[in-house]
Design a protein around this ligand. Structure first.
Ligand code: 8YV
Length: 309
């Protein structure tokens, strides 16, 4: 049996049901009891950005062989425990890179050119009463990127097309890249106009955007978060925005989704999206195909398509 804890993709569910005995946990009334009763028949768990496999779930499922995540981020999977127990883990890299990078640029443009505010201005009929105020140019601004992996590189490629100088922070300098490297996030933030968070969420990157970084980015700086909510010290971000110590923010992710700090709702220099970085039909279907491909490979004893553990 395959356990899927929450709805993720209708297409994924349909394809899983064709091949496996699928337990859709959200449709089951007594979830904890159900998991206990079926513990010995669950061989695979499907994860995503909101639900994964923590130590407790892993301990409850003695026959668990594989956690296949419908996400690139694996912050909800206890990788150490999986390694210990010989449980395989897969994710969905590459197929979502373009969409997430597109969205990072979209957010930067939306914040700086005030696209959402402009749209509200037209719809509310205010245009008839006067001209819209001037906004901020994006082309040519220095873009700082935290995390130069697949997504970070794709953001850089797009920003380069806007003639933006690229600077970056990552655990180690990438000698093959021509972009300027800063070994500290504060230094990076002091030297860019737009700061994009594009790294995985780990112990080391939790609150990588703290008060010091926000102040280094400053009252003209823009923060774009397409990573994970806990990358940012959210109360510090909210107070910086409310106090005008930060120029603006484009956020796709939050500390406690779907909760979004309501103090941000009145701010026009902030664009708030509901975690939709990979949310296109094309990409979500490609992610689903990758989850299916990994499970099939596993159960046929073939090499996994995108193994992590
Ligand atoms: C999804 C994500 O939002 O890939 C990730 O890390 O956050 C996303 O692609 C999510 O897993 C959808 O269920």
């Amino acid at each position: 049996g395959v356990l899927i804890p929450i709805p993720m993709s209708a297409y994924l569910e349909q394809e899983l049901e064709k091949r496996f005995n699928l337990f859709k946990l959200w449709t089951i009334p007594h979830k904890t009891q159900f998991i206990k009763d079926h513990a010995t028949s669950i061989r695979a768990v499907i994860g995503n950005a909101f639900s994964g496999a923590d130590a407790e779930l892993i301990e409850t499922l003695p026959k668990l062989e594989i956690v296949a995540s419908f996400s690139v981020g694996l912050d909800r999977v206890d990788l150490k425990k999986c390694k210990e127990k010989g449980i395989r883990v897969t994710n969905t890299p590459d197929v979502l890179t373009d969409d997430v990078a597109d969205l990072a640029i979209g957010l930067a443009l939306a914040v700086m050119r005030r696209l959402c505010e402009c749209d509200r201005y037209v719809r509310s009929g205010q245009w008839k009463k006067g001209d819209y105020k001037l906004t901020t140019k994006f082309t040519g601004k220095t873009v700082g990127i935290i995390g130069m992996g697949r997504i970070g590189k794709a953001v850089a490629k797009r920003a380069e097309a806007f003639s933006c100088p690229i600077v970056y922070f990552s655990r180690t300098e990438k000698p093959d890249l021509k972009f300027k490297y800063y070994p500290s996030v504060v230094e990076l933030a002091s030297n860019c106009d737009v700061l994009v968070v594009a790294c995985p969420l780990t112990e080391e990157t939790r609150h990588i955007i703290n008060r010091e970084v926000i102040d280094a980015l400053g009252p003209k700086g823009v923060l774009i978060n397409i990573g994970r909510g806990p990358h940012v010290d959210e109360p510090e971000l909210v107070s910086a925005l409310l106090e005008g110590r930060l120029g603006g923010a484009g956020l796709d992710v939050y500390q406690n989704e779907p909760e979004v700090p309501e103090q941000l709702f009145g701010l026009e220099n902030v664009v708030l999206l509901p975690h939709v970085g990979s949310g296109t039909v094309e990409t979500r279907n490609a992610m689903a195909d990758l989850v299916i491909g990994n499970l099939e490979a596993h159960f046929l004893n073939k090499p996994l398509l995108t193994p992590v553990v």
